[in-house]
Every structure is written in C-alpha cells, then in structure tokens.
Design a protein around this ligand. Sequence first.
Ligand SMILES: *Cc1c(COP(=O)(O)O)cnc(C)c1O
Length: 376
Amino acid sequence: MNPFDTPTNADHGPLLTIDLGALVANWRALGARAGAEAAAVVKADAYGIGIEPAVTALAAAGCRTFFVAHLSEGIRARATAPDATIYVLNGLPPDSSGLFAEHDLSPVLGSHEELLEWAGFRQSGAKVRPAALHVDTAMNRLGLWAGEGLDLARERSGVIAAAGIGLVMSHFAASEDLANPANARQIAAFAEIAAAFPGVPASLKNSSAHFLPDCPSYQLTRPGYALYGGNPTPGQPNPMQPVIGLEARIIQVREIAGGTQVGYNGRWTAPGRRKLATISLGYADGYPRNASWTDITPGGSALVGGLRCPFVGTVSMDLIIVDVTHAPAGAAVRGAPVTLIGGELDLETVGAGAKTIGYEVLTSLGWRHARRYTGL
Ligand SMILES: *Cc1c(COP(=O)(O)O)cnc(C)c1O
C-alpha cells in the first residue's frame, strides 16, 4: 500500500487510481522532447491528483522546479520538496513577501506594484530566492504588457535589478491549436523579451507547446496537463501515458418499459424496453452534472464490461443511471465495477461528454473517492 492511499471504502464508494510511475514517465518524456529542463506545474492540488504524492514522485525522479498558483500551494509543495525552486504563478499578494521568504518561495511578478513591493522587501535585507517575471504576450490576463517588459529591460530599470529576476516567462493562449496564427506571434514576441534579458533563463512552453513546431524550449518548460495524462495534441493520438482511472460500482439493476421517464424531473424517456444500472457516483464526486443525458442533449457514458454505455437522465449528487441494455452478460450486475475514466473514456472524451475540457474534469475530481496510488 502506498503511504498516500486513502482507505478503500467498505461501502460502494468510487475508486480513483493514480499511476505515479506514468506521471514520472510523462515528465521525463516531455523533458526529453524539449531538450531542456522540464519543471512540473502542480497547481490546483497537482491538477487534482494530490500535490504531496505528485511532488514526492517527481522530486525523487529529479524534478527541481515546480509551479503552483497560490502561496498556500507553494507552502505545501515546499513541505514536500525542501530543496526545489517553487514559483507561485498568481504572484505576490499585498504584504505577503514575508511568507514567501519564510517558505523560500519565488513569486512570479507580473505588475509594477508587485515588482516594487518585492524589490523593497529585498532591499530591506531579506534573504529570498530569485523571482520570475511574467510578461503577457497575448491573453491580457496576467503579467506585464510585453511593451512594458521591453521598456524595463532596455532602460536597465533599477526595479528589475532590485527585484532579483531569475526567470522571464510568458504563457500561450492557444498552443493546443497548431493552426492558430497567434502562436507564431507569441513566439516572436517572447523571443524579443528573452533577448532583452540576456543571461536570464527563460520559459515559454506549457504542455501543448512541446508539440508546436518552431517553438524554442529556452531553459525551462512548464508542462501541467500532459504530465497527468491529458492529451496535449487534441484530435491526434495521445502521446502521453494515462495517469488516472476512475471506477464506481453498480448498486441496482432494473428493466423498464418504453415510455418510462428516468431520473430527476423525468428528463429522459426510454424509447423502448431498457435495462438500467444505477452506479454509486455523482456530481458530488466531481463528475460534471453537465454530463446528464436528456431527451434533447447527449451526455456522458461509462464502460460496462468494456462496452461504452450511455448515461440516461440527469447526473445526481451521488448516483448516475446508465443504459446497460447492450452490456455483456454478467457485467451489469449488483456490485460490479464500471469505468468512468480509463480506456477509450480518456479525459478529452469525458470532457466532451460534459461540454467541457479534460482539464476541468481532472481538476474537479476532489477527495470523496478512495484513492490508490500505484507505479512507485
Ligand atoms: C497552468 C499553467 C501552465 C501549465 O499549462 P498546461 O496547459 O496544463 O501544460 C503553464 N504556465 C502557466 C503560466 C500556467 O498558468
């Protein structure tokens, strides 16, 4: 048993399996592909798989640099990886410099206010690691506007020196879309930025950018989703190993006549005689309610005995109803496991069935399942 496992439910609770060996293999494959150091983005509880087990496995494999979104996540990562460089993507909250110093964390600075606050803190004599500078080359979301970044660098602005910048970075808006002309524009804009900060390591690539032609890796890449088995090349075969699997158990099976309404508010009506299985998992387990299958909208599905069987009716808090009419004999019985994520039900397929993206499915799963960590 892995020390990060949570107890297996004696009841019907779902089971989330997480293959830490596949996580490490994905990290190694991305680093090899980039020909540069690959960091690991472990924000949002390592995209839902658990920040402590993810950071433990990756640090043991040699990962030296982690990115989180929040200071609180940085503190958790620090407790797990005492020597790593840990960047906090969402920057420096007001008056938080002391906490960054206490936990040896590096803010990703993205505004003049943050630069000034951090520079002032450093000048007071605080011992801190280098910070990163985030330059926004497309999204208008976070970071200095590219022109501002260039001006600061070209003026040899004192605030840049005083802030102690150890990494300059930008983030893609659409790197999973090979045909998007914004990619080339961002690559060119960032090349100018990186050149304006000679001697400062640079970082541009997220997961999908590892598969963009003509994108330099610089010194550090920042994969997240692909580490966890998400497909960085949507529409193409997934080059990554799957990391997570989700199973739940059938708790009841019934046969219904055509015309029977099923689930809350009777949103689905059986077009004929059907066999239904009710499984022990719902939206409170992080499975999106938008995967409900009604008379007018298709939704999600489960693998029952290897056959893909559609949901019927609305996804409830703790239960989902599955049409198992065509499932292999013996697979759709009380107590039998069904697969919600795994095999042909990869993260992208599950996301599409819920009108969302695999990223959201992954990061929503939460802690109600029993967890089994394997592969290490
Ligand atoms: C989340 C994030 C990443 C990782 O992106 P993926 O698409 O999950 O690989 C990289 N850089 C920044 C700035 C991010 O916010």
